[in-house]
Design a binder for this molecule. Structure first.
Ligand SMILES: *[C@@H]1O[C@H](CO)[C@@H](O)[C@H](O)[C@H]1NC(C)=O
Ligand SMILES: *[C@@H]1O[C@H](CO)[C@@H](O)[C@H](O)[C@H]1NC(C)=O
Ligand SMILES: *[C@@H]1O[C@H](CO)[C@@H](O)[C@H](O)[C@H]1NC(C)=O
Ligand SMILES: *[C@@H]1O[C@H](CO)[C@@H](O)[C@H](O)[C@H]1NC(C)=O
Ligand SMILES: *[C@@H]1O[C@H](CO)[C@@H](O)[C@H](O)[C@H]1NC(C)=O
Ligand SMILES: *[C@@H]1O[C@H](CO)[C@@H](O)[C@H](O)[C@H]1NC(C)=O
Length: 878
C-alpha cells in the first residue's frame, strides 16, 4: 500500500512513469525515492547485520551526494526482509514490494547463485541495469574491492546499476597493463595517473627493465597495487574507490593539477562507452541532463535516508477476479477460455481463490472459490454463454466489489483484478485505477484485439501487467502474467509453445528434449479447436506417458509425467488428426520444477530496449539464459519478431561480445532488430534449441588470494588479499530447449525521420584487440567481432582502419588519424565477414614508428559509416 501510494505520488510529481525494468527507482529534487533493497532468504536472521546495512546506506547517501557533485542522495529506502526473519512491530507486511523488483539484493554465497558481488547490466553507457547483488561479506572489512568502506563500494556498484558506467581497472581476464602513448611505456590500467601505487610480484618490485621485449609484458605475477591513501586527485569512484582520497567520478576537466580521465587504457568504461569519462556519462543521464536535479546544499542530516521496512509474508493468499470480454467468433472465444483455464490450472497453489466474471447481471459463479472448484470450471466451460447482457464497465465494477468484500488484513493477502479483453474495451478508466490503488487491488490488463491499451503505464506503475497481444499468442500473454504473479521458485519452465495446423487425416510428429537441469512435473497441453485428435507421448526410455485427461467442453488434452534424472533427454509427441477436416492445435510443453539449494532449472527471459537517443531509434532484442546466478553459454538463441499477426524477422541472438552484446559469455544474448517495415505494435518470441549439445553452464567463483607479508614498507600491510576468478565449465548432457517472449514495443513516427527507408549504419565495434605483435617487422594482428551492414545484421562492405602515434589525439579525432592502406594489410580476403563472426587482419606499420594507437569502423554498401571502435595501442621499440 505504502509503495503504491508513493508511486502514484512520484508519478504525479515528476510526470515520468515509464518503467523499463521492474525497478521503481526515481529521482525527485535530488533525492532517490523508492530504492528497494531486499535481503534474500539465504541470509539468516541477523538484527546486527540489518543495523549495519542501514548505517552503511546512511553513509552511502553522503558519498553519493559528494560523488554526484551535490546532485543526488538516497532519500527513501524500502527494505524487504525475508519471512524467515523474526517479525517485529515496526515491520510492515508486504505484498507490493517483491524481491524480483528489488534494485539491490543482499545474499549469502550459495552454489546456485554467483558467490561474488556484481551488477547485472546489458546496455550500459547511460542506461540502467537490472539489479545489484551484494554479498554480506562486503561488511567483513577485508574484501579486496571493498576494504573498510562498504559505503563507497555500494556507490561504485550503484553507479553501474543506475548510470551504466563501468569499471576503470582491468576486469577479470584482461591485461592489467597497457602501452601508454602519452608516457611511451607500460602503465597500469586506471582512470587517472593520480592513482598512485606500486608494481610488485610478491615481495619484489617489478622494474620496467624486467619487461619482456617480445611479449611487452612484465614477468608473470607482477601486479599493480594502489596505495590505500596518498592518491593525487580525487577520482575515480569507478577505479579503486576505497582509496582514502577518492570521492569523485573521473571527468574531462583539463585544469592543470586536476587529475582527469585518461582516455587511453583499454578498460571496460573506455572500451564500451567510446572512451568517454564516467562523469560525462553520468551527467548526461536523464537524472541530471538539462539541469534536472541541480546541485543543492543539503546538510548531513538532510542526507540521512528514511527507511521503511517490509517483511515478506510466509505465504501468499491470492484473490483473483478474472473479467472476461471474449471475441464474438466461437473459435477465438474457445482459445481465450482455454488460455484462462491453462493460467488457473497450472502453477497456482490451493491458497488461491478465483472468481470468473463474464456477466455481472448473472450472479452464478461470481463468488470467490477454489481455483479447482466445479463452479470455476463450469464458468470457463460455458463458451456459448451469452455475454453482451452487461457492459465491461459493470463487469469490472463487479470484480472490484467481489475483491473488496474480502478481509484484507490477513497476512499475505493480495488482490488482483485481471481483465482479458478481445474487444474495443482497451483499458481501465482513470477513476477506476485510482480506486484500485487506494483499495490495494492490483490491476492487470491483457488485450487481444487490434487496439492498444490505454493507461498502460499507469497499470504498470500500480504493479500490474499490461500487454497487448494478438489472438495467436494469447498463451504467451497469460504465461507472462502467470510469471509475474509467482515468486521465482514457483514459476513454471516453458519448453515450447507452438500453433500447428493439421490437414485432414494427417499426423504431426515432434521431439523435445529435457536438459539436465529439469526435474519436476512435466505437463503437455494440446488445445484443439474442433475434434479431438489422438496423441502419443513417449519418454526417453521408450515408455508411453502415463497420465492423460481430456476436457471435451474446453477441448483440450492434458498429459503429465514426473521427471527425475532418468527421464531427461529426448521425448517425442505424435498427434493424429482422425477427421478429414483441417484442425488447428496449440501445443504447450512446460515443467513445474522441483528446486533445492543446489539445484535450480535453467531459466530464460526476453526483453526489448528501444534506444531513442539515436535517430531513427535503435531496437535491441535481448534474452537471458541462466542457471540460477550462472550464465549458460553457447546456447542457440533465435528471436522471432512479430508485427500484428505477421512474422517480420528471425534474428540470431549472440553472447559473443561485440556490437549490441556488450559482454561475452554473461548469459545475455543480444542483437538488433533492423527490418522495420511498418508502424505499430511489435513483440518477440524467443526459441532456444540446441541441435548439437553445445551449451555449458559457467560457474565463476571469486577467490581471495592471500598477500605475502611485507615488513619493509608498512603501508603495504594495509592491503587486503588479491582477487582471482575461477570458472568451472559444466557441459549439458542433454539438449537445451526453451521458449519465451518479450513484452510489446511500439514503432511510431520517430522512425520516420529518415526518408527512403531505414538504413541503419553498421554497429560500433567494441571488442577490438591486439592478438599478436611482430615488433621487428612492425606487424600487428588485430581481431574483432564483425558488425553487419545494418547494426549487427547482414554484412558490411568495408573497414576503415585509422592510426596515430598519439592515442589521445586519435580518440579525440579518429578521422584525423592516418588511414591504413590496402598495401599495409597482410593476407585478408578483403570483404568483411557476416555479422557476429570473428575478423582478424595483420597490418604492417611504416618504418620509424616507435608505437601506434589504432581504431576502426565499418562502412556499409550505401557508404553509411558506423561509430569508431575502441582504441588499442602497442609499441615496436622502446
Ligand atoms: C480479518 O483477519 C484478521 C486476521 O486474521 C482478524 O483478526 C480480523 O478479525 C478479521 N476481520 C474481519 C472483519 O473478519
Ligand atoms: C470497435 O472499434 C472499431 C475501430 O476503432 C470500430 O470500427 C468498431 O465499430 C468498434 N466496435 C464497437 C462494438 O464499438
Ligand atoms: C520409463 O519411465 C517411466 C516414467 O518416466 C517409468 O514409469 C517406467 O517404469 C520406465 N520404464 C522402464 C522400462 O524403465
Ligand atoms: C538453432 O535453432 C534453430 C531453431 O530455433 C534450429 O533450426 C537450428 O538447427 C539450431 N541450430 C543449432 C546449431 O543448434
Ligand atoms: C566462492 O567459491 C570459492 C570456490 O568454491 C571459494 O573458495 C570462495 O571462498 C567462495 N567465496 C565466498 C565469498 O563464499
Ligand atoms: C597528444 O594529443 C593531445 C590531444 O590532441 C595533446 O594534448 C597532446 O599534447 C599530444 N601529445 C603529444 C606527446 O604530442
Amino acid at each position: 500500500m505504502e509503495l503504491l501510494k508513493f508511486l502514484l505520488f512520484i508519478c504525479l510529481m515528476t510526470g515520468a512513469c515509464a518503467l523499463e525494468t521492474q525497478s521503481h527507482l526515481k529521482i525527485s529534487r535530488n533525492g532517490y525515492q523508492l530504492l528497494v533493497v531486499a535481503v534474500h532468504d539465504s541470509v539468516p536472521d541477523n538484527p546486527a547485520l540489518f543495523e549495519k546495512i542501514k548505517t552503511t546506506f546512511t553513509k552511502a547517501s553522503k558519498v553519493l551526494y559528494t560523488a554526484t557533485r551535490n546532485r543526488a542522495y538516497f532519500q527513501k529506502i524500502f527494505f524487504l526482509l525475508p519471512n524467515t526473519w523474526t517479525n517485529r512491530p515496526e515491520y510492515k507486511p508486504s505484498t507490493s514490494v517483491t524481491i524480483s523488483g528489488a534494485d539491490i539484493i543482499f545474499s549469502a554465497p550459495r552454489s546456485t547463485r554467483r558467490n561474488f558481488s556484481h551488477t547485472r547490466m546489458y546496455a550500459g553507457c547511460g542506461h540502467q541495469g537490472f539489479h545489484t547483488q551484494l554479498l554480506t561479506d562486503i561488511f567483513s572489512n577485508s574484501h579486496p574491492l571493498v576494504q573498510s568502506s562498504p559505503e563507497k563500494f555500494i556507490v561504485h556498484e550503484f553507479a553501474k546499476l543506475r548510470y551504466g558506467v563501468f569499471e576503470e581497472y582491468s576486469s577479470p581476464g584482461e591485461n592489467q597493463f597497457y602501452f601508454s602513448t602519452t608516457y611511451g611505456r607500460l602503465d597500469p590500467v586506471r582512470c587517472t595517473v593520480g592513482l598512485r601505487g606500486v608494481i610488485k610480484n610478491g615481495q619484489a618490485f617489478c622494474l620496467f627493465s624486467s619487461i619482456d621485449p617480445e611479449t611487452g609484458e612484465f614477468p608473470p605475477g607482477c601486479t599493480y597495487i594502489p596505495y590505500p591513501f596518498r592518491a593525487s586527485g580525487t577520482a575515480s569512484m569507478m577505479d579503486h574507490q576505497y582509496v582514502r582520497e577518492i570521492k569523485d567520478f573521473c571527468d574531462d576537466d583539463q585544469t592543470p593539477g586536476h587529475f582527469s580521465h585518461n582516455v587511453e587504457p583499454p578498460n571496460r568504461q573506455n572500451r564500451l562507452c567510446s572512451h568517454r569519462s564516467t562523469w560525462d556519462i553520468i551527467s548526461n543521464t536523464p537524472d541530471f541532463l538539462n539541469n534536472a536535479n541541480p546541485p543543492g546544499s543539503l546538510s548531513d542530516s538532510q542526507l540521512t535516508p528514511q527507511f521503511i521496512v517490509f517483511r515478506a509474508p510466509s505465504r501468499r493468499r491470492r484473490r483473483l477476479a478474472v473479467v472476461l470480454d471474449p471475441p464474438q467468433e466461437f473459435h477465438k472465444r474457445l482459445r481465450l477460455h482455454q488460455a484462462v483455464d491453462h493460467f488457473l490450472t497450472e502453477g497456482f497453489d490451493d491458497e488461491t481463490k478465483v472468481a470468473i466474471i463474464t456477466n455481472a447481471a448473472h450472479r452464478k459463479g461470481t463468488r470467490m472459490r477454489s481455483r479447482r472448484s466445479a463452479a470455476v470450471k463450469s464458468s470457463l466451460q460455458s463458451i456459448d454463454q451469452f455475454y453482451s447482457l452487461s457492459t465491461m464497465r459493470s463487469r469490472i465494477r463487479r470484480g472490484i466489489e467481489i475483491l473488496k468484500k474480502r478481509n484484507s488484513t490477513k497476512e499475505g493477502m493480495e488482490f488482483h483484478l485481471i481483465v482479458i479483453s478481445c474487444n474495443n474495451q482497451s483499458g481501465f478508466e482513470t477513476e477506476v485505477l485510482q480506486e484500485m490503488a487506494t483499495t490495494g487491488i492490483t490491476p492487470h490488463f491483457i488485450h487481444c484485439g487490434e487496439n492498444g491499451i490505454e493507461n498502460m503505464e499507469k497499470i504498470r506503475l500500480q504493479g500490474g501487467h499490461a500487454e497487448s497481444r494478438n489472438q495467436r499468442s494469447i498463451f504467451y500473454a497469460v504465461q507472462r502474467l502467470s510469471d509475474k504473479l509467482h515468486d521465482e521458485k514457483d514459476v513454471s519452465v516453458q519448453i515450447s509453445n507452438e500453433n500447428i495446423e493439421l490437414d485432414g487425416d494427417t499426423a504431426y510428429h515432434s521431439e523435445f528434449s529435457l536438459d539436465d537441469s529439469l526435474r519436476g512435473e512435466l505437463t503437455i497441453r494440446l488445445h484443439y479447436s474442433t475434434s479431438e485428435p489422438s496423441v502419443q507421448v513417449v519418454a526417453p526410455n521408450g515408455s508411453e506417458c502415463i497420465y492423460k485427461s481430456t476436457d471435451r467442453k474446453l477441448r483440450y488434452i492434458r498429459l503429465t509425467s514426473l521427471v527425475s534424472h532418468n527421464e531427461q533427454g529426448k521425448w517425442s509427441i505424435t498427434i493424429k488428426n482422425k477427421t478429414p477436416n483441417k484442425e488447428s492445435i496449440n501445443v504447450l510443453v512446460m515443467l513445474q520444477p522441483i528446486i533445492s539449494e543446489d539445484e535450480v532449472p535453467i531459466r530464460t527471459n526476453a526483453w526489448v530496449k528501444v534506444f531513442h537517443e539515436h535517430s531513427p531509434p535503435r531496437v535491441g532484442v535481448y534474452a537471458e539464459v541462466m542457471n540460477g546466478g550462472h550464465p549458460v553459454v553457447n546456447a542457440n538463441v533465435t528471436a522471432h519478431v512479430y508485427h500484428e499477426d505477421r512474422k517480420v524477422a528471425v534474428i540470431p541472438l549472440r553472447d559473443s561480445g561485440g556490437g549490441f552484446d556488450i559482454m561475452k559469455n554473461d548469459g545475455i544474448y543480444s542483437n538488433s532488430f533492423t527490418e522495420i517495415e511498418s508502424q505499430g505494435r511489435h513483440y518477440v518470441e524467443v526459441m532456444i534449441e540446441d541441435v548439437l549439445t553445445n551449451s555449458e553452464i559457467h560457474r565463476t567463483y571469486e577467490l581471495q588470494l592471500p598477500t605475502e607479508k611485507d615488513t619493509e614498507d608498512d603501508q603495504h600491510d594495509l592491503h587486503a588479499p588479491r582477487l582471482d576468478y575461477h570458472t568451472e565449465k559444466i557441459p549439458l548432457r542433454h539438449r537445451l530447449k526453451r521458449s519465451t517472449s518479450s513484452g510489446e514495443f511500439h514503432v511510431d513516427h520517430r522512425w520516420d525521420s529518415l526518408s527512403g527507408g531505414y538504413d541503419y549504419p553498421p554497429a560500433r565495434i567494441n571488442d577490438l584487440t591486439v592478438t599478436r605483435v611482430n615488433r621487428k617487422d612492425r606487424k600487428v594482428s588485430l581481431s574483432w567481432t564483425a558488425p553487419g551492414s545494418d547494426l549487427d545484421n547482414g554484412r558490411a562492405s568495408s573497414y576503415e582502419i585509422r592510426y596515430n602515434t598519439n592515442g589521445t589525439a586519435l580518440v579525440l579525432n579518429p578521422k584525423k588519424g592516418m588511414l591504413v592502406k590496402e598495401d599495409m594489410l597482410g593476407d585478408t580476403s578483403g570483404k568483411p565477414k557476416e555479422a557476429g563472426q570473428v575478423e582478424t587482419v595483420t597490418v604492417q606499420f611504416p618504418a620509424k614508428m616507435k608505437w601506434v594507437a589504432i581504431m576502426l569502423r565499418s562502412i556499409d554498401e550505401n557508404n553509411n559509416a558506423g561509430e569508431f571502435s575502441n582504441m588499442v595501442t602497442t609499441y615496436f621499440v622502446l
